[in-house]
Design a protein around this ligand. Structure first.
Ligand SMILES: O=C(O)CCC(=O)C(=O)O
Ligand SMILES: [Fe+2]
Length: 352
């Protein structure tokens, strides 16, 4: 498939070429380097994820959202100090404004850490997921999918490292032994229920790499470097991949983290997506990549927003995003952190 056969100006990358013979791999790396500098969003094929797993995840997600509200509320996020679980539409905020989507968030399955006065606050993120009793097949499916998209994102990160003139494992310290694996299944209801078209407000993703699966309804939009908003519609068999703020920071702005958002679908329609955010091991600090001279001259520097500080310690960064996006969970479980530097006033918040 050529890049012109998809209905968008965003590029399409066949990640299988990274594993082809040396000539093909090096052509691929050259193209990826150009793409990465110009776009923080692209489509990938050749990812090797079983199409049956993908369709099962989408159909089972739809069945989850079709459960009675009381079943979904049994695993509401506000019950989890670790920011896991279900949120109704309007319960998450981007730039202080409500997002009109309902969603189930999971992350790496974990055991809670005992929290004392000297425990780093980000350890509160570690803990178990919440799963619906009424749909037992959701857990094994989403955990299998989470493992697969983790593999794909690490593969993309390795290709990015090579495209930046680094060894393949340049980012290994962020994903070994354990990356952060936030996975959201999402339903965007039609606009008549929502009374606003903010599915998700404009934001940059806060992690390293996002792998997004869209069902059949469009709505995702991306702001390009010259300030034009373009559509990133669903393309069967592909994922949309976008590079996040931490990668922008690690490359001093050579790699872009594009601002994007989702328009709520029209009345009567609904949109489904599954978003996976590869973040780093919480006790890592962001690596700074020393780019080769010819790439260094194309560094943009980073546009750090003083109202939305990026902390170099990963766990603190992730906790900040979660506290801002989920004020109800913050009030219920982390009131002691409110008003501290963990929660500077909101600006271009990530949609976590
Ligand atoms: O649902 C989508 O298509 C994108 C969602 C998104 O950008 C996010 O959750 O960060
Ligand atoms: Fe996003």
């Amino acid at each position: 498939m050529s890049i012109h056969s998809i209905p968008t100006d965003l590029p399409l990358i066949d990640i299988a070429r990274f594993h082809a013979g040396p000539q093909e791999r090096s052509r691929f790396i050259g193209e990826l380097r150009q793409t990465l500098h110009r776009h923080g969003f692209f489509y990938i094929t050749g990812h090797g994820v079983d199409p049956n797993l993908i369709s099962d995840v989408l159909s089972t997600s739809k069945r989850f959202f079709a459960l009675p509200l009381e079943e979904k509320l049994k695993i509401e996020m506000v019950k989890s100090p670790h920011f896991r679980g279900y949120n109704r539409a309007g319960y998450e905020r981007t730039r202080g404004k409500q997002d009109w989507r309902e969603q189930l968030d999971i992350n790496t399955e974990g055991t809670p850490v005992e929290i004392g006065p000297d425990t780093p606050p980000w350890k509160r993120l570690i803990g178990p997921n919440q799963w619906p009793d009424a749909l037992p097949e959701l857990k094994p499916l989403l955990l299998a999918y989470q493992a697969e998209v983790t593999r794909v994102s690490i593969d993309v990160l390795k290709a990015i490292a090579v495209a930046l003139g680094q060894p393949e494992d340049a980012f290994a310290e962020i994903y070994e032994p354990q990356p952060s694996q936030l996975l959201k299944i999402i339903r965007y209801p039609g606009r008549d229920i929502a009374e606003t078209d903010q599915g998700v407000g404009a934001h940059k993703d806060g992690g390293f790499v996002t792998v997004l699966l869209q069902d059949s309804v469009a709505g995702l939009q991306v702001e390009t470097e010259d300030g034009v908003w373009i559509d990133a519609p669903p393309v069967p068999g592909t994922f949309v991949v976008n590079t996040g703020e931490l990668l922008e920071l690690a490359t001093n702005g050579f790699v872009r983290a594009d601002v994007h958002g989702v328009l709520a679908p029209p009345p009567g329609a609904e949109r489904y997506s599954v978003a996976f955010f590869l973040g780093a091991r919480y006790n890592a600090t962001i690596p700074v990549i020393d780019l080769p001279q010819e790439l260094k001259s194309a560094e943009r520097g980073i546009t750090v927003d003083p109202l939305n500080p990026i902390f170099r310690e990963i766990g603190q960064n992730h906790l900040k995003s979660r506290l801002r996006s989920h004020p109800d969970v913050a009030r219920a479980h982390h009131a002691d952190l409110l008003g501290t530097e963990q929660l500077a006033s909101d600006s271009l918040g990530s949609a976590y």
